[in-house]
Every structure is written in C-alpha cells, then in structure tokens.
Design a protein around this ligand. Structure first.
Ligand code: ACO
Length: 400
C-alpha cells in the first residue's frame, strides 16, 4: 500500500463567503477530475488512460502512447499510420522564420528556446484561435512534432551556428535523438530514448500540467499554454531535476576518483555529507510517489543494456539504499533518466528539454480536456497584509 499523507484543511469566514484554507503547495488538493492520467486506487501506480505507466512505458511506441493520450485509446493500424504520418510530416514543416528567430537567441539554457519558439509557432500556425475538435487536435499534433525540432535547433545554433534538420522518414523519437546527438542512433539507443519520452508523457496534475490547465482555463490558445508549461518544467524542483541529478553524480564521480574509491561505495559518503549540510538531493522525493516511482524500473532495464550499465545501476541502487535509510525518500524518474541520457551521450542542458519532448503529449491532452469542460481556475487569496493606509504625496513621504 502507498504511504498515507494526512493534511489538514480549515474553513474560515472570508469577505466573499466561507473560505476553504488548503495546505500550502496544494498538498492532496483535488481541483478537478481527469480521465487522462492519475494515481490508481492502491496509490502505487500512475495510470495512463487505464494502463499502468510502466506497461505503456516499456511497450508502447511514441505514436501509440501519443494516440492513447490524445484520443483515449491505443490506435488500430490505420489510426497508427495516420498519427505517425502527421507527426512525421509536421516535424519537417517548422516555418523557416522560427529558425531565423532562433539564430538571434542568446547562448543560454535551452529551455528558453522552447518557450520562445512555441510562442512564435503559435503566431505562424494559428494567429486566430478556435476551439473546434479538428483545430485542437491538429495543433496538438503540430506542437508534439515541432518541440524536438525547435529545442535542438536552438541548442545547435547557439553552440555551432548551424542546426540539424528533421528527417520525416525517421521515427519521431529516433529523429529527435539524432538531432540532439548529431549522429544516427542505434535501434537500442532509439528505443531507450523513446521509452523515456513515454515515461515522461504525463503525470496527473503535476506543476507544469497544472500551469497549462490554468492558462487553458482562461481560454487562451494552446501555444501560450504550452509556453507556460515549459517555464514551469524548467525549475529544478520539477523537470530541471534530471540535469541536477546527473551533475551531482558526476561531481561525486570526480571526488571518488580523487579519493581513489569506487563510486558505488563513495556515493554513500557523498550523500551523507550533502544531507548533513541540509542540501536537497536532486532526483529524490516526489509529491505522489512516497515509496517507489515505478518509472524507474523501466528506465533501469534500458540503463542495464547501455554502456557501463551494470556500474551505473550499482551506483543508483546504493544511492537509493542510503536515501531510504536516511530520509525515507525514493528515487524519482529524473535520477534514472539523468544516467540514461548520459549513457546516450546527450549534453546535460538538453535533459530537461527532452522531458518537454515527452510531456508535450500530456500538456496538449490536458489543454483539450480543460477547454472542453471549462471553468476558469481562479483561487481566492487570504490577504494578511496591512489595511487602512492612506496615500502620502511623494514630497511628504520618507522624511528624515
Ligand atoms: N532531498 C532532501 N530532502 C528532501 C528531498 C530531497 N530530494 N525531497 C523532500 N525532502 C524533504 C523535504 O524538505 C521535507 O522535509 P521537511 O518535512 O523537514 O520540510 C520532507 O522531505 C518531505 O518532503 P515532501 O513533503 O515529501 O516533498 P514535496 O511533496 O513538498 O516536494 C519534491 C516534492 C519537490 C519533488 C521534493 O521531493 C524535491 O524537491 N525533490 C528534489 C527535486 C526533484 O527531484 N524533483 C523532481 C520531481 S519528479 C518530476 O518532476 C518528474
């Protein structure tokens, strides 16, 4: 069984009626229902439209999972052909002006390229926004297709002054990985990468998805909502954790080498020092998974097959053992994907953009669900600042 989380909710009379005072961080607060994904009744699995996240993560292709999220069921052959055709075609149709604009971007964190390019895509693809089904699904697919293209183009343009064009004849995940690493990936590498995208596709009302739903609830367009989601995902407490987790493991590896100790032993000493300094260990803890994140099991199967897999798994397992003993915190998916992407030779700043390449499927599905049964998301604050102050003219203010 999952660990129970008890939080308190209070009621108070406020100026607008009876207020519900919910826990800070909206812990265990349920603002709406969804049929897209969520925790199953045992609290141990996240369900993707009825299937466990591990089942879909291990077995489904990117296209199958994207179809499941957007349309609610795994595709039949003709549906699969159609979603693949659209995503592959749209990947190669990013307007040239978006690349021109990315050429002007500063050399900075690539998450910026995503939010910047997505708002441009909105301007070119859909200057007038509509809410009919054909239009919404069309733009969801265009966004899913374009996200890897704009992130990788932004990254390569900033670093090399040139970029790698998408190839519509390759599968989406394989092409995305090829554009990132600049070489054709093996089938195993492509499948490991594809599986990680599927594992990242959705997770209930996580912070970035909730951001997307808040923006959708104002009936703003999908592109603006996705730009907001990318901003929320960038933070180190959310998607940014996969980069930080790998940086931490590489720091530990360097220290272990200097100390002449194997990393799978030294990691304990390293983590204990960090915990003693009250530092957060990135890649551990989760708002929903308090005992185990099932996505890590799927990622581990691929890590094992990639270079130095046995070594990295020993390090990960040791770190998990220490963190469970010391803090009762499980590793989350970001701890594992950090290593997986390192094995694939991906530059660390691209790890969070990769999270977005998967999560775009969940974001667009949630946008559609929100606007189809909409109520603006607008909580009420409890004002605790002063009242009754009177405006004082500038010349009389701050007199010594
Ligand atoms: N390292 C050290 N201590 C931690 C960590 C951690 N990674 N995570 C939680 N804790 C501590 C908290 O500080 C808290 O201590 P306190 O009670 O003394 O204040 C206690 O453990 C319980 O924390 P929770 O209430 O379980 O955490 P919460 O649900 O508020 O936050 C979060 C979850 C943000 C993921 C947190 O665990 C964290 O910051 N982890 C590190 C960042 C990370 O890996 N993010 C990725 C999330 S998964 C994803 O986005 C795919």
């Amino acid at each position: 069984m999952a660990k129970r989380i008890e939080v308190e909710c209070k009621y108070e009379e406020g100026p607008l009626g009876r207020y519900i005072i919910v826990p800070k961080g909206l812990y265990n607060v349920v603002p709406d229902t969804t049929t897209i994904s969520g925790v199953d009744p045992t609290g141990q699995h996240t369900i993707y439209r009825g299937y466990t996240i591990a089942d879909i993560g291990e077995h489904a292709s990117f296209y199958e999972a994207a179809h499941l999220f957007l349309y609610g069921h795994l595709p039949c052959e003709d549906e699969l052909r159609e979603i693949k055709r659209k995503i592959d075609t749209y990947r190669a149709q990013v307007p040239e002006k978006v690349f021109d604009a990315l050429k002007l971007a500063a050399k900075t964190h690539p998450m910026y390229y995503g939010s910047y390019a997505v708002t441009l895509l909105g301007q070119y693809y859909a200057p007038e926004w509509r809410f009919d089904d054909d239009f919404l699904y069309e733009h969801a697919l265009r966004l899913i297709a374009a996200i890897p293209v704009v992130f990788t183009a932004g990254w390569h343009l900033a670093h090399n002054g040139t970029f790698i064009r998408p190839d519509p004849n390759l599968d989406h995940a394989k092409d995305a990985l090829r554009m990132i690493i600049g070489r054709m990936p093996s089938d195993l590498e492509a499948r490991a990468f594809e599986s990680s995208l599927v594992l990242y596709m959705d997770h209930g009302f996580n912070a970035s998805t909730f951001t997307v739903r808040v923006i959708a609830s104002t009936l703003s367009d999908m592109y603006s909502a996705i730009a907001g989601g990318i901003g929320a995902l960038k933070g180190p407490l959310h998607g940014g954790a996969n980069e930080k987790a790998m940086q931490m493991l590489l720091e530990a590896k360097e220290q272990a080498e200097k100390a002449g100790k194997p990393l799978e032993e030294y990691i304990e000493e390293y983590l204990l020092q960090k915990l003693a300094r009250k530092e957060k260990i990135m890649g551990f803890g989760h708002r929903v998974y308090k005992i185990h994140d099932p996505r890590t099991d799927v990622a581990a199967k691929f890590i094992k097959q990639l270079p130095d897999g046995e070594f990295w798994l020993k390090v990960l397992k040791k770190a998990e053992e220490v963190m469970w003993r010391e803090k009762k915190l499980p590793a989350n998916i970001d701890f594992y994907t950090g290593v997986l992407y390192y094995q694939l030779g991906i530059p660390i700043p691209m790890y969070t953009p990769i999270f977005a390449m998967g999560r775009i499927v969940g974001w667009t599905s949630h946008y559609i669900e929100q606007v189809k049964n909409n109520k603006i998301i607008r909580p009420t604050e409890k004002y605790v600042g002063p009242t009754g102050l009177k405006y004082v003219p500038l010349e009389e203010r701050c007199k010594k």
